[in-house]
Design a protein around this ligand. Structure first.
Ligand code: GN1
Ligand code: MG
Length: 367
């Protein structure tokens, strides 16, 4: 989705991003409105097409560490592709340098980065199960490519990002502080989350006990974070690597399901329209589990439905916490937007609880 931005703003952005080594003048800049965090722009130069992004400071405290992570990870994937004759040019992001580093700091102290545009298609939402299977295969393959990546070299770009217990604690603190006076109007949602307090330990405990192995995970597995090949329709390149960190495979499965297997958008206000599509759950499971093949353990496999429920609960907690704190984290389009988003997530949790036996039987077929 692109939209024209004001001339003045564009001139300012052009000045900032001309710091990158595009090796030719910038011809046009358009804003991309997808994503709740970073600001993203499509850039056209005579030398090619690029993406430029301003990294949101309040969210990512150490952008230089992020760039170390993402360059390390993409280099690793490129080496893997080269070894097996893959598409080195398009199947891993190519970051552009500004001088001797992969980011540029503007005069306001904001961090920017740029990378080559990957020519393909990406879907905000998959409209068929077959497409969602291919997205699942792409994220499974991403884990395969990074299975031998040295986890100890990865920076934790957002500490405790998917630590559901810590998310719960932050939520309780936000309810107690209630700085915007919004808690009373969300009593039902608060109660729903409180009733599931114990569940927040499921993945945290599994990682701590070694039941679930620590892996390199993507952590933000929306369908639009995979660029699909225009010709073959298969996953080509996994993008949005800011939250690539050590984690559980359940994070990547769960986040994909909570977003992609939902019947509705993340901010649907008619909750009757919000439920888990079992066909989509089945489709993603097929792509993800098959591509991971023997890499996924029995314990992880069995825990997939519960992992999906926990990640959905966690996202509901995060949206509600941001609503209570005055919408400082997720970009909103109108007041109450984060509450609407929280409600869809909690509705999905309730539906997953109801459908649990069915979801479990789908997964158990792979045991
Ligand atoms: C944010 O901006 P976007 O869409 O890539 C968030 C994810 C959430 C998602 C909810 C760094 O991702 O964790 O699941 O919104 N990213 C960060 O839509 O917090
Ligand atoms: Mg993201």
């Amino acid at each position: 989705m692109t939209c024209a931005i004001s001339h003045l703003l564009m001139m300012n952005i052009e000045k900032i991003i001309s710091a990158f080594d595009f090796n030719s003048p910038i011809l046009s800049i358009d804003e991309c409105k997808i994503g709740h965090i970073n600001s993203t722009f499509f850039v056209k130069c005579a030398s090619g097409r690029y993406i430029a992004q301003k990294i949101k400071k309040g969210v990512f405290k150490d952008p230089a560490a992020i760039m170390k992570n993402v360059v390390g990870v993409t280099d690793h994937i490129r080496a893997k592709l080269a070894a097996c004759g893959g598409d080195v040019q398009n199947s891993a992001l190519q970051f552009i340098k500004s001088g001797d580093r992969y980011y540029h700091i503007d005069k306001n102290g904001e961090y920017w980065r740029a990378y080559q545009y990957v020519d393909g298609v990406c879907y905000d939402k998959c409209d068929t199960p077959a497409l969602f299977t291919r997205v699942g295969a792409a994220f499974g393959n991403f884990q395969n490519q990074l299975a031998d990546y040295d986890i100890s070299t990865l920076h934790e770009t957002i500490p405790n990002f998917h630590n559901t217990e810590k998310r719960y604690e932050a939520f309780e603190a936000a309810v107690a502080a209630d700085i915007c006076g919004r808690a009373a109007a969300c009593a039902a949602e608060i109660e729903f989350i409180r009733a599931r307090r114990k569940d927040c330990s499921f993945i945290v405990d599994g990682l701590a006990s070694g039941l679930f192995p620590l892996r390199v995970t993507h952590n933000d597995t929306k369908p639009n974070n995979v660029i699909m090949d225009k010709n073959t329709g298969e996953g080509l390149c996994v993008i949005d690597l800011d939250t690539v960190m050590p984690g559980s495979l359940l994070y990547d499965f769960g986040d994909a399901i909570r977003f992609g297997a939902s019947s509705a958008t993340e901010d649907e206000t008619d909750l009757d329209k919000v439920f888990v599509r079992v066909d989509m759950f089945e489709a993603y499971t097929k792509g993800f589990v098959t591509s991971l093949s023997k890499r996924i353990t029995k314990e992880e496999l069995r825990a997939l439905p519960e992992g999906a429920r926990i990640l959905t609960l966690e996202q509901g907690i995060r949206f509600l916490t941001d609503h209570l704190q005055g919408d400082t984290y997720f970009r909103i389009q109108h007041e109450g937007h984060n509450l609407e988003r929280a409600r869809t997530q909690l509705k999905l949790v309730a539906d997953m609880e109801e459908k649990h036996p069915l979801l479990q039987s789908i997964v158990d077929q792979y045991l």
